[in-house]
Design a protein around this ligand. Structure first.
Ligand SMILES: N[C@@H](CCC(=O)N[C@@H](CS)C(=O)NCC(=O)O)C(=O)O
Length: 203
């Protein structure tokens, strides 16, 4: 099995997931700044030209960081990072969707359309006029989260994929042009709790 990754929050999400599972998977690093991910060899792995990609031993390729994490959970259920019961899995998927649609995706696009446009402008669709709206949407949901996050993790006592996804994107945004407001005290306490785990490092 091989995991193709690079800088950026989406590859980091499944990389943290692999580390939390304690898996020994071969990591192949591509230079995103040089555009290695847009060369024919990688377009064959992922026609979208994006990272990450998980390649199974039989050659099956899985793209999309959340789909990669779901696959790894099925292959290696212990320790559980999605859940062991229907209720746990449902709760994790609910929070993962909330994070992905409300925070992660808007922050990713706000970066690509804004400070990242110097790289992304020639590779993919960008629209600088929508940066303020995307940032506003993400911060609207972060403020909501500040009122609703538990004193532990998104799924209460369980540390899950939803925490990993959120941590990757908020710490990336914070250090790449979209600082997370210090007034979001409960979000910042949550960041510190996640960062205390040996596998989790701010991007
Ligand atoms: N929805 C995808 C997003 C993948 C994505 O946008 N990856 C970025 C890095 S964070 C990338 O490969 N960018 C390089 C490019 O588009 O050229 C996922 O979750 O895997």
């Amino acid at each position: 099995m091989k995991y193709y990754h690079s800088i950026g929050p989406s590859p980091a999400t499944a990389r943290f997931f692999i580390a939390e599972k304690g898996l020994d998977i071969e990591l192949v690093t591509l230079d995103l700044m040089k555009g290695e991910n847009r060369e024919p060899a990688h377009l064959e792995r992922n026609p979208l030209g994006q990272l990450p990609v998980l390649e199974l031993d039989d050659g099956t390729r899985i793209t999309e960081s959340i789909a990669i994490c779901e696959t790894l959970e099925e292959l290696f259920p212990t320790p559980p990072l999605i859940g062991t019961t229907l209720e746990e899995r449902a709760e994790t998927r609910m929070w993962t969707q909330r994070v992905n649609l409300g925070i992660a995706y808007p922050l990713l696009k706000a970066f690509q359309f804004g400070p990242g446009r110097v790289v992304y402008g020639s590779r993919t669709y960008t629209n600088p006029e929508t940066v303020a709206g995307l940032t506003g949407l993400a911060f609207y949901h972060l403020e909501w989260l500040d009122r609703h996050v538990s004193d532990q993790f998104l799924c209460g006592p369980r540390f899950t994929l939803a925490d990993i996804l959120l941590f990757s994107f908020v710490t990336f945004a914070d250090s790449h042009g979209n600082p997370i407001d210090k007034k979001l005290k409960r979000v910042w306490s949550w960041i510190e709790r996640v960062e205390a785990r040996p596998t989790m490092k701010r991007l």
